[in-house]
Design a protein around this ligand. Structure first.
Ligand code: FES
Length: 144
């Protein structure tokens, strides 16, 4: 098995940044996901060791939250809010009308914090509000 020194250094830096903080697991996992694009089995082992947790405990958290992925996925991600306020503004109809395609990963999230201007979606750090079918389809096409 090849050793990825760059990944190991990044992982060590992320763990060190949160060392000693209470509840460090989730911030570490978010940072690892953001930096490396996934939380690998090797990362889970290293994090578990650093936090004095079992691999099963860390793996349980990684597999519970949709934000974390154990394998890299190179596709762009569109995070579509399907919480109550966006549902009331028609997001379910928009989601149902999305054309099936494999080039963009459409993830469901529950509230992006701007309920009054929904339906909303997020791509990277950018929020897309007041979506209608045409705008959502154009957004997905742009990413594909
Ligand atoms: S319910 Fe969709 S942004 Fe809050």
């Amino acid at each position: 098995m090849a050793i990825d020194v760059k990944t190991d250094i990044q992982l060590d830096q992320i763990i060190a940044a949160h060392a000693g903080c209470e509840g460090a697991l989730l911030p570490i996992l978010h940072d690892v996901q953001a930096a490396l694009g996934h939380v690998s089995e090797a990362s889970i082992r290293t994090i578990a060791h650093a936090l004095n947790l079992s691999r099963a405990e860390v793996h349980g958290v990684v597999s519970f939250y949709h934000d974390f992925h154990e394998n890299p996925d190179p596709r762009p991600v569109l995070r579509l809010c399907r919480a109550e306020a966006c549902q009331a503004r028609g997001v379910e109809a928009l989601a149902a009308a999305l054309p099936q395609q494999d080039r963009v990963k459409v993830e469901t999230v529950y509230c992006l914090g701007l309920c009054s201007v929904g339906p909303n979606a997020m791509v990277g750090d950018r929020l897309h509000a007041r979506l209608d079918s045409a705008r959502l389809n154009a957004l997905v096409e742009q990413l594909a």
